[in-house]
Design a protein around this ligand. Structure first.
Ligand SMILES: C[S@@+](CC[C@H](N)C(=O)[O-])C[C@H]1O[C@@H](n2cnc3c(N)ncnc32)[C@H](O)[C@@H]1O
Length: 242
């Protein structure tokens, strides 16, 4: 099986693999310096793009709700819906008292409207999600349709292609820290090995910007995060046209 076909096949299994590591997920990612702060930065950037007015927000691929927490912090008054395809990750999100204002729905981010999430939304955050979808262009069209005209979206995502320094740091951290930690903490490495490979395979920042342009998004800009993930993780901001 070619590497590209294998990666596509793995993407279908990502939510099931997250079920296997759900209970260790928060512990693992909190060991990553900046993980929470960077999610907050992207949620704050979404709120700034929206001038903080959003009344209904969607957190696509919300996982255990760490990105939802960042949204709650940026939009204390908003109604927030989190969608994820892993029931194990969602169970943890639902158990967090700090997220009692949010509603969590099981569904596929490739076709979010097929789940019972309502809409349209004043803003969408998708943190570490778009890279995992087998057909991102199809999904982007559907996600755009969930936004009100002129509403912003923020993709918080790894993008290292075309940057040799970022590729080298990412590969070193993945094999020296993330995969061994996954083995010790969650007793699994498949999802973490997939993480390493899927990040290397994902669009460069300019390729992802072009993908967003082709999907019809406007007012696009890419912002870095500080710390060791500078050049590795980015906030990709855009808007549905008015
Ligand atoms: C790395 S976690 C990110 C969770 C959260 N956004 C955060 O920042 O901590 C990726 C999440 O995407 C979910 N996911 C992957 N593919 C999906 C799909 N097709 N539809 C919905 N959720 C998906 C996984 O189940 C997992 O919970």
């Amino acid at each position: 099986m070619s590497r590209a076909i294998d990666l596509q096949r793995r993407k279908q299994a990502v939510p099931d693999d997250f079920d296997l590591v759900a209970r260790s997920y928060d512990r693992l990612v909190r060991r990553n310096p900046g993980y929470i702060e960077h999610l907050r930065l992207s949620a704050d950037r979404l709120a700034i793009a929206d001038r903080g007015r959003g009344a209904r927000l969607l957190d696509l691929c919300c996982g255990t709700g760490l990105s939802t927490e960042a949204l709650v912090r940026a939009y204390p008054e908003a109604e927030i819906v989190g969608l994820d395809a892993s029931s194990g990750m969602l169970a943890l999100a639902r158990s967090k008292p700090a997220l009692s204002q949010a509603t969590f729905v099981l569904g596929d981010a490739s076709d979010p409207a097929a789940a019972d999430i309502g809409g349209p939304f004043d803003g969408v955050l998708m943190a570490y999600g778009i890279r995992n979808l087998p057909e991102p262009d199809v999904a982007l069209g559907r996600i755009s349709n969930l936004l009100k005209p002129g509403a912003p979206i923020c993709f918080h995502e790894y993008s290292v292609k075309g940057n040799p320094r970022a590729v080298a740091i990412w590969t070193g951290v993945a094999w020296a820290v993330i995969i061994p930690n996954g083995l010790v903490t969650a007793r699994h490495t498949r999802i973490f090995r997939y993480l390493w490979r899927s990040v290397l395979d994902f669009d460069s920042p300019s390729q992802f910007d072009a993908r967003l342009r082709r999907a019809g998004f406007v007012d696009r800009y890419t912002l870095p995060v500080p710390g060791w993930q500078r050049g590795i993780v980015h906030s990709f901001l855009a808007r549905r046209p008015r």
